[in-house]
Design a protein around this ligand. Sequence first.
Ligand code: BDR
Ligand code: CA
Length: 305
Amino acid sequence: MRQKIIIDCDPGHDDAVAIILAARTSQLLGITTVDGNASLAHVTRNALAITELLEADIPVHSGAAKPLAGESRHAQHVHGETGLGGARLPLPAREPASEDAVEYLLAASHEHADCHLVAIGPLTNVALALQRDPTFAHRLAGISIMGGSTSVGNVTRAAEFNVWADPEAADVVFSSGAHLQMCGLNLTHQLRTDDSHVAELRQMSSVAASFVADLFEFMHERMADLSGSRTFPLHDPCAVLAVTAPHLLEFEDRAVAVELRGTLTRGMTVVDERVTRRRDPANVAVAYRIDAGAALRHIMDVLAE
Ligand code: BDR
Ligand code: CA
């Protein structure tokens, strides 16, 4: 049976692929948007446009326009001004179903048993929902997070973007007691597209395939400039696969906490990887390995539909 999923996101190139994957392989109940890769207005417009492209009647609820503390910090140098650089999407005709993502998340968790929340942007909406009603944590089947890392960061040497953009929110979520899965950079860097995927997508006839080919082309250029490698790590789809195809990933239970104060390490996910019995009690199933060949094949097959 298909899993019930709500996606909390900031589309974003890899968010867009995650939404398509979830729309086609799960029961995608709704999408909530959060300030992150670009402004809330941009990412909400992008989410609406993606649902229209898919001709999918999935409600989009907009949420937090800034982090719990401090100011918004976007990733335009990666995703472009609108959050979806390179995309040729018409302005959506649809409007958001509401501007209260938190209320939607809480209501949906009452209405649907066994619902997974896939959180692939800064964790502001999720933290606000937990603060408004801490029992939210236990009404969800789990929260699958793209965020953090057991190794390198990307915005700073220690911090990954989604946690760095709102560390206070990430702290609320990681200490909530919810059943958490974490796909951090240590994992998502294993799942990379290259120009052969663009060529394959261009051979397909689906609208989703040509949309994603444009996204990958833009990102391969960006990554070549930023990192010297013409490959794009598909971060956010990993958090969908953790729910819909968990056999493709390997997890280890670990204690994970968010660093809020370090001058070099604010926004870092500190993972207890000690091998002795002194390890702290685990609160997160951390993904360490993904069968990248099988995962990419699965994603490409979904895009061909
Ligand atoms: C994460 O940050 C965003 O730029 C991506 O969409 C992904 O969710 C990777 O660090
Ligand atoms: Ca994202």
